[in-house]
Write a protein that binds this ligand. Structure first.
Ligand code: ZN
Length: 174
């Protein structure tokens, strides 16, 4: 991908069908992949998010970046990730998504989990985290399977988010 193409990447919004695709594993670890991750971090920081998955910029590859609010230089990329140790305590908390602005959904997730992935050079990495970071990993790994927070709405969430979702749908069609 050229610099020019990277510059034109933006965060795509629900109900763009690309957000519904299962992503392909990354097989090439090169400057293009690093440039893509760097551009995704830029977009994530601009939008004040803590995670962004490649399908959210229209690239159907198994990669996501994860950051820290207020610390734009502290970020990590996870390539071809898999989660484990999800069978401990669960906790419900409200989540948003940069691709679904103004929508918040209460989601039960594992409080802690382990992630196995590759870094941007193709080297294996493994970490364990809890709370917000563990939640972020689970949310982003959902994206790589085409799963969104709107798939997990309770009846109350459906009512609360109906207008915001309708607005996004008509903006996408328009
Ligand atoms: Zn999201």
């Amino acid at each position: 991908m050229s610099d020019l193409e990277l510059d034109t990447l933006t965060i795509i919004k629900y109900p763009d069908p690309r957000l519904r695709k299962a992503c392909d594993p990354v097989t090439v670890f090169d400057d293009n992949l690093r440039a893509l991750a760097t551009r995704m971090v830029e977009l994530m920081n601009q939008a004040e998010g803590i995670g962004l998955a490649a399908p959210q910029v229209g690239i159907l590859s198994q990669m996501f970046v994860c950051g820290v609010i207020g610390k734009p230089d502290e970020w990590m990329a996870f390539v071809n990730p898999t989660l484990a140790d999800l069978d401990g305590p669960m906790e419900a908390a409200e989540e948003g998504c940069l691709s679904i602005p103004d929508v918040n959904v209460t989601i039960r997730r594992a409080v802690s989990c382990r992630i196995d992935a590759l870094d941007l050079d193709g080297n294996p990495i493994a970490y364990t985290a809890s709370d917000l970071i563990a939640r972020c990993w689970q949310h982003e790994c959902d994206h790589l399977q085409g799963r969104l927070i709107v798939d997990r709405m309770s009846p109350a969430d459906q009512v609360a988010n109906r207008r915001a979702l309708k607005r996004l749908e008509s903006r996408f069609r328009g």
